[in-house]
Design a protein. Structure first.
Length: 651
C-alpha cells in the first residue's frame, strides 16, 4: 500500500516598510530609501516567475499592502533619493550629491554584487584608496549600483515579462564602462517595466492555480500589541511596559484595509494572511475571521506554549497539521511553521558550495521532521527577499535545485495553504475542513522570534519592553490620544489616520532597543517620528517638540566607502562592512582586542551588513583598528582583506 504523500507548504514573505517621507505633499513623492525598487528588479518579479518554470510546484507568496502600494507609486511617477542621484548627469552633481553617491552606491553584497563585476570592483577599490573620481567614473558607478541589483536573468539576456514587454540589461553588463546619460535613462526604463509587471505576474499565477497570494495587515503592525500592549509577552529580566496602548479598532482597520487593497488588485478576497512577524494571540482570531480570512500562520513555538499545558510541537504528528482557533462564534485555521527548516534556507544554505546538496538536505530534513502516516502538511515560512544576496547568483541555482527536487520526489506534493484546506482533486489533495481540525486551546500570544537575551520562548520583546521601544510607544499613544481628543475619525481626517497607521508598523519598533541593531537605526527612527509629526500636521496642530528628539542615541558610522576620520566625544562608533570578518582594535595605547563583527539581522536592504558598535571611552583620543574578511568566497587578495590600520580621532 502506497504511503500518503507529505504535503509541503512553502510561503515566501515579501515586505518593506513605508519609506515615503510623510512631509511630502503627496504620498506618491520621494522615498528615502531605494529598497522597494531594487528588490523589485531582483526579487519581487523573479521569485514568482521562477515558479512558473516549475509547473508542478505550488506555493504561497505573501505580499504586504505597504510594499505593493510603494511599487505602484513608482509606476505612477514616484522616485527615491538614490534614483534621483542616478538620473542626474555626473557633471551637474553638487559636491554633496557626488559624495552621497560615493558613500552609498556601494551598498551591495561585496562578494556577490560588486566583486564579480570588474568595473564595479575597480570603482570600489578606488573609493577605498581615497582616490578622486572623474565624472565618467561617477557615471559608471551610477550605472553599476543599479545593474548589480538586477536579477541574474536580466543581466544574462532577454526576459519576456508577463506583460508582454521584454527586459534586459545584458548589453550594459557586457559594455562594462564608459556609460552615457542616455544609457542610464534606458536602464531605468527597464526597471520600470519590471515594477509594472510585479502584480500582473502574481495575479496570473494565482488565477491559473499555481500560487496563492496571501497578505498581511496593511502597515505590518504587531496586532496583539495594538489590541492591548499590556498583554505583551515579556520574559527578559528588567523589561517593563509603557503606558497602555489599547486600540483594537486600529487592529481591525489594518486588517480591513489590507483585505480591501488586495481585493482591488487581485479580483478576489485573500484567503489567508501571514500576521506581521507571525505575531498572534487569542485576541486576533475574531478580527481576522470577521474579515473573511480563512487561515493565518505563525511559529511552532507558539503552538508549543499554547493551551494550559502546551503542545508537543517537536513531534511531527503534532506540528504537521493545521489547528482550529476559536474565539466566541469566530473560528479560523492556524498553520505552524517549522523554524529549523525555515531558518536553514534563510541563514545557512547559502554556505553550501553545492546547492544541489543544500536542496537535498532540505528534502531529507523535512521528511525526518514530518513523519509519514496520516494526512500531514509541513509548513516552511521565511523572508523571500533579503536572504538571496548571501547566495551566489541571486540564489537562482539553489531555488531551481530545490524546486526540481520537490517536483520529482514521489513522496512529496507541494501545496498552497488554501489548496490544502479546500482540496484539489486533480492533484490528489482532499479537503480539510475547519471543523475536522483539532482545536488549539488558548492560542499563545507570541511571534516567530525569541528576543535576544530573554528566556527561551516566543515573545514580543523585540518590539516592546526596552527603554527606546517604550518611549516610541508613548509617542505613538500621545498621537493616538490627540486624534481622540480632536474627535477625529478615519473618515473625517483620513490623512492623520494614514500616518498613524504607518507609525503603528512593526519595523520601527524592531530597531529600537539593544536587542536588534541595523547599524542605521537612526534612519528608521526619523521615519517613525516623521509619520507621527504628520498626524499633528493633518490635524492642523503643531507637533510636540518631543518628536524632534531622536529615540535612539547618535551613532557615528565608519564604512569602507565612507571612512570617517573623527567622532565626537560622547558618540558611539559603529564600524560596518558588507563582509563577515574579525575586527582588531584598541583605543590609544591600550592592548588590542579581536572580535567578530555581528550580523545586522533583518536589514531591509538584504545586503549582508556586519558591524561592531563601540562606546567612546572617556578620555580616549583615537581608535586604531583593522578588519579581516572571513567570507567563505574570499580569495584573501580582495580589497576586503587588506588589513591596513585605520585611525579615527576623538574630537
Amino acid at each position: 500500500m502506497q504511503r500518503p504523500k507529505i504535503q509541503l507548504a512553502i510561503l515566501w514573505h515579501q515586505h518593506q516598510p513605508m519609506y515615503a517621507h510623510p512631509t511630502a505633499e503627496s504620498r506618491r513623492g520621494r522615498f528615502g530609501q531605494p529598497w522597494v525598487r531594487l528588490h523589485a528588479i531582483r526579487d519581487y518579479y523573479s521569485m514568482a516567475a521562477l515558479i512558473a518554470e516549475h509547473p508542478d510546484l505550488h506555493l504561497t507568496i505573501n505580499l504586504t499592502p505597504v510594499l505593493l502600494r510603494q511599487i505602484e507609486d513608482y509606476t505612477e511617477g514616484a522616485t527615491d533619493i538614490a534614483l534621483d542621484l542616478t538620473r542626474r548627469p555626473a557633471e551637474d552633481l553638487s559636491p554633496e550629491e557626488r559624495e552621497r553617491i560615493l558613500t552609498t552606491f556601494f551598498d551591495a553584497d561585496w562578494h556577490h554584487q560588486i566583486f564579480p563585476h570588474l568595473r564595479y570592483k575597480e570603482l570600489f577599490e578606488r573609493r577605498r584608496e581615497g582616490a578622486d573620481f572623474t565624472s565618467q567614473e561617477v557615471r559608471d558607478l551610477q550605472m553599476w549600483f543599479n545593474l548589480a541589483w538586477f536579477g541574474k536573468e536580466f543581466r544574462d539576456g532577454d526576459v519576456q515579462l508577463i506583460t508582454g514587454e521584454t527586459v534586459t540589461v545584458s548589453h550594459f553588463v557586457e559594455l562594462g564602462e564608459g556609460f552615457t546619460v542616455e544609457q542610464i535613462g534606458a536602464m531605468i526604463e527597464e526597471q520600470l517595466k519590471i515594477l509594472r509587471a510585479v502584480v500582473p505576474v502574481h495575479r496570473a499565477l494565482q488565477d491559473r492555480g499555481q500560487i496563492e497570494v496571501s497578505t498581511t495587515p496593511f502597515y505590518h503592525p504587531i496586532l496583539p500589541l495594538l489590541i492591548d500592549s499590556d498583554s505583551a509577552t515579556l520574559d527578559r529580566a528588567g523589561a517593563t511596559l509603557p503606558n497602555r496602548f489599547a486600540y483594537p479598532q486600529d487592529a481591525d482597520a489594518q486588517v480591513k484595509r489590507a483585505v480591501d487593497f488586495y481585493t482591488a488588485r487581485f479580483g478576489r478576497r485573500p484567503r489567508g494572511m501571514w500576521p506581521a512577524e507571525g505575531a498572534v494571540s487569542q485576541s486576533v482570531v475574531p478580527i481576522f475571521a470577521r474579515h473573511g480570512v480563512e487561515w493565518i500562520a505563525t511559529d511552532r513555538d507558539v503552538l508549543l506554549h499554547s493551551g494550559r499545558w502546551g503542545y508537543e510541537a517537536y513531534r511531527g504528528d503534532v506540528l504537521c497539521r493545521p489547528y482550529r482557533a476559536e474565539a466566541g462564534s469566530h473560528a479560523i485555521s492556524v498553520f505552524f511553521r517549522d523554524p529549523e527548516l525555515s531558518d536553514a534556507v534563510g541563514f545557512h544554505y547559502y554556505d553550501y558550495s553545492d546547492y544541489h546538496a543544500a536542496a537535498r538536505h532540505f528534502v531529507d530534513t523535512m521528511k525526518r521532521h514530518c513523519v509519514h502516516g496520516g494526512d500531514r502538511i509541513h509548513t516552511v515560512i521565511l523572508d523571500g527577499e533579503n536572504a538571496w544576496g548571501a547566495y551566489r547568483e541571486d540564489a537562482r541555482p539553489f531555488l531551481h535545485a530545490l524546486y526540481g527536487l520537490l517536483e520529482s520526489d514521489p513522496e512529496i506534493v507541494t501545496v498552497t495553504l488554501a489548496e490544502y484546506l479546500s482540496g484539489n482533486a486533480t492533484r490528489g489533495i482532499r479537503p480539510h475542513s475547519l471543523y475536522e481540525q483539532e482545536k488549539v486551546h488558548d492560542l499563545y500570544s507570541g511571534s516567530w522570534i525569541d528576543e535576544m537575551g530573554s528566556a527561551p520562548g516566543p515573545d514580543h520583546g523585540t518590539w516592546i519592553g526596552e527603554e527606546e521601544e517604550n518611549r516610541a510607544w508613548e509617542l505613538l499613544l500621545q498621537a493616538r490620544e490627540s486624534l481622540d481628543a480632536a474627535g477625529a475619525t478615519p473618515d473625517s481626517t483620513p490623512d492623520a489616520f494614514e500616518s498613524l497607521y504607518a507609525a503603528e508598523g512593526s519595523d520601527w519598533f524592531w530597531w529600537f532597543g539593544a536587542d536588534q541593531d541595523s547599524g542605521r537605526d537612526w534612519e528608521f527612527d526619523e521615519l517613525f517620528r516623521a509619520h507621527l509629526r504628520n498626524v499633528y500636521r493633518a490635524l492642523g496642530r503643531s507637533a510636540p517638540s518631543e518628536l524632534d528628539r531622536p529615540v535612539v542615541p547618535h551613532v557615528a558610522v565608519w564604512t569602507f566607502s565612507d571612512p570617517i576620520s573623527s567622532v565626537w566625544k560622547g558618540d558611539r562608533l559603529s564600524i560596518q562592512t558588507h563582509c563577515p570578518g574579525d575586527l582588531t582594535w584598541h583605543w590609544d595605547a591600550e592592548p588590542a582586542a579581536t572580535t567578530p563583527l555581528e550580523p545586522a539581522g533583518g536589514v531591509m536592504a538584504g545586503t549582508g551588513r556586519y558591524y561592531k558598535t563601540l562606546e567612546v571611552p572617556i578620555g580616549a583620543h583615537r581608535l586604531h583598528f583593522t578588519f579581516g574578511c572571513t567570507h567563505r568566497d574570499c580569495d584573501e587578495r580582495d580589497v576586503c582583506c587588506r588589513e591596513a590600520y585605520q585611525v579615527v580621532q576623538v574630537r
